[in-house]
Design a protein around this ligand. Sequence first.
Ligand code: PMP
Length: 403
Amino acid sequence: QLLDPEAHPDRGDIDQYSPYYSPLEARKEIHIVLQALEPAEKHARQWQRQATQILLNSDTVNHEYLPILGHPEFNAAAARLILGPESSAIREKRVASVQTISGTGANHLGALFLSKFYSFREDKEVYLSRPTWANHPAIFRDAGIKPAEYPYFDPKTTGLDFNGLLKALNAAPERSVFLFHACAHNPTGVDPTQEQWKEVARVVLECKHFVFFDCAYQGFGSGNFDQDAFAVRYFANLGIPLLICQSFAKNAGLYGERVGALHFVVEDSEMVNRVQSQLSLMQRTEICNPPSYGASLMILIMNNPELFEEWKQDILTMVNRISAMRNELYRLLTEEFKTPGRWDHIVKQVGMFRYTGIGPKESRKLVEIAHVYLTENGRVSLAGLNTHNIRYFAEHLDKVVRG
Ligand code: PMP
């Protein structure tokens, strides 16, 4: 007989205010938002449409299985995007890649692999930023790895708790596993500067830690792929043992196609074969073969210089649009509504999200009174704001803050 699944302690982990899980009403709201696209967005994604056309007109399009590790051309192009065309790890064939079910699948497979094959010094533990993407602790727990935390966001400065982070790196046992968001940290939008990353890398190297990079927003931090890959490339060039989880959901707008990759940067090419052989076995028990449509699109987009250029331009357009929303929201709250509280973090944070600093009570109220859907920790997706709805949002945020 089945035990009552509802009685399990993990129940309730899913964020009920995330648009993915919200009731029908939320769907209607989202639809309204999507109908009110900005001009820049209406003309966006030509590269995606063009790639779709090329694919559909091609004689080679089919519905065969991909190899277990995924499309080799996709894996190679994805590795180049994150590690850079000059990467010595790629040149020396020291990258073991596998195509995954988007970023979530990469995180899951990465966690499972470490649980089986990482030489944990003491308990199986992973250090996650406080706060982090709500799914991280659950993914690691499911893989038999205990989630621990390191300080990251400092509510006093609404910036990075750099000293707290360095202290945690030093205090952790040697060869611990640290998860870093490669760029555009979710949910805080707070990233270390390049100088801070260098210092983090120095301590990581000294303490022989392993780095689990989660890269779900390459391009959305700075508007530039290379700049957003700074930390990953810097760490890889120093020879720090690491893996990278890569998602194309946001930066290529391929959410539903589940396009992602997991890359291990290892010490020699001999090790690549060993890692890939185990990854194949793990992939086989879970999905056998990764999905081919989105990966085929990304091969075209990443390997065709014209489409690639258009894609890069669109990312910049989106980042600039989100940045304009940040500035306008800041202006509305501080100048027009004179909303109580500090709001400079709005313009300091980067990426798609804004960590508002409001608590669960206020977040729930925003949902109830205004049908503005956000996660309970007060994180809103700025990509959902546009010139049509920003005033409405600011007005209701102001009301909720005033209580
Ligand atoms: N990592 C982080 C930090 C994320 O924010 C997300 C998406 N919310 C993911 C991974 C996974 O996204 P996906 O599976 O859609 O690629």
